[in-house]
Design a protein around this ligand. Structure first.
Ligand SMILES: Cc1ncc(COP(=O)(O)O)c(C=O)c1O
Length: 374
């Protein structure tokens, strides 16, 4: 049996007793969400706008699914992998063997670096600035990392990235972290069509649900025709499950078969799997998250504009803007006022990255920002 995060027929016979009825009998919930703080923060009362998290938390159905699963914590998660994979396959209009789950999409990025980069396999080609985790994974794998600056409109410079790649892996983060900008769909489609087969492409769509520009499009439908294409998604953002760790990628079966041997078995835990499945069944989670993010983002951008600060057009749950002076001391001064914003990104030393929190949190951010700039 394969016990990794792929569909499998389990030899764990005991799993057969873990149907819905047996589950109900096993569970004795003693935990209530009623008295949980409204603003969940990893650092007590700080306003946490530093990690592009979703301040509204997981879907109520996900919370219930997790409570209902406490009693299953003694079991390996195979069957729950299968349930989530089937749902994701249906959602993305692919077959179940084209989905691989990960311990957050961070694990998918790491697996792609391990599988497709290295001294023999080739370099990792990335934009600067972009989400850096995969750079560290590729470097640890002995791979060279080629950095190609974003264009003037903060899109990936795809012709230059393609020219820089010889085998190996090109990483395209769309929408891009930390700039919140997108790479236009026509350019990206053309790039996927034209990149030579020996070079793999990973499109990271962690912020997919927050993008509403007509110029934006998911690359998942292109997977059918492109064995070199892998598209990653996460439950950490719109589904509010950053602390649970669940992500996945879509790729052709043969591509996933190359990646799988690098993965630890059962890397996604049962709480994350049941919460992920329940989230997908909640019709409110995505539109609510989009609406609340848009409202707080529009408010924040409007206030910053009034103060004379212009943001890079944002297609994500965070914004980046030019502070017109070095951001490093500002980050510290904001922290002293209990407002945590994104770290310094050396290629854009005057830009601040701020996660869009609840409106009340954005008011705290704006108050602190006014003070530190005064
Ligand atoms: C662009 C991007 N990709 C991947 C990740 C990793 O997300 P996770 O491992 O929580 O799915 C993040 C986290 O912020 C991100 O910004």
């Amino acid at each position: 049996m394969i016990t990794m995060n792929t569909i499998s027929i389990s030899r764990r016979k005991f799993a057969q007793i873990l149907g819905a009825g047996a589950t109900a009998a096993l569970v004795r919930p003693t935990f209530s969400f009623a008295n949980q703080p409204e603003h969940v923060s990893a650092t007590s009362n700080a306003v946490r706008l530093s990690a592009n998290e979703n301040p509204y938390g997981p879907s109520p159905s996900a919370l219930k699914a997790m409570t209902d699963s406490f009693g299953l914590s003694c079991r390996y998660p195979d069957e729950h992998n299968n349930v989530l994979i089937e749902k994701l396959a249906k959602l993305n209009n692919v077959s179940h063997d084209q989905i691989l789950l990960g311990d957050g999409s961070g694990e998918i990025l790491k697996l792609c670096a391990e599988t497709f980069t290295g001294k023999q396999r080739g370099a990792l080609v990335v934009a600067v600035p972009t989400f850096e985790a995969i750079l560290l994974n590729a470097s640890a794998n002995g791979a060279d990392v080629v950095k190609v600056p974003l264009t003037g409109s903060f899109a990936h410079d795809l012709p230059k990235m393609m020219a820089a790649a010889k085998g190996g892996l090109i990483y395209v983060c769309n929408p891009n972290n930390p700039t919140a900008s997108i790479t236009p769909k026509d350019e990206l489609r053309d790039f996927v069509e034209k990149t030579p087969r020996g070079t793999m492409i990973l499109v990271d769509e962690a912020y997919f649900h927050y993008a509403d520009s007509p110029d934006y499009e998911s690359m998942i439908p292109l997977v059918q025709d492109h064995p070199s294409l892998i598209v990653s998604r996460t439950f950490s953002k719109i589904y509010g499950m950053a602390g649970l760790r669940c992500g996945y990628c879509v790729a052709q079966k043969e591509t996933l078969e190359r990646i799988r041997p690098h993965q630890m078995w059962d890397s996604v835990n049962i709480m994350a799997l049941t919460a992920g499945s329940a989230s997908l069944d909640d019709p409110e989670q995505v539109p609510n998250g989009q609406r609340l993010n848009n409202e707080a983002k529009t408010f924040t951008i409007g206030e910053l504009n009034k103060m004379g600060y212009k943001t890079i057009p944002s297609q994500a749950n965070f914004i980046m803007f030019d502070c017109k002076r070095p951001v490093l001391p500002l980050i510290k001064a904001m922290k002293d006022r209990n407002v945590h914003v994104g770290r310094l990104f050396p290629p854009v030393p005057n830009h601040m990255r701020v996660t869009i929190g609840k409106k009340s949190e954005m008011e705290s951010f704006l108050n602190a920002f006014k003070q530190v700039m005064a």
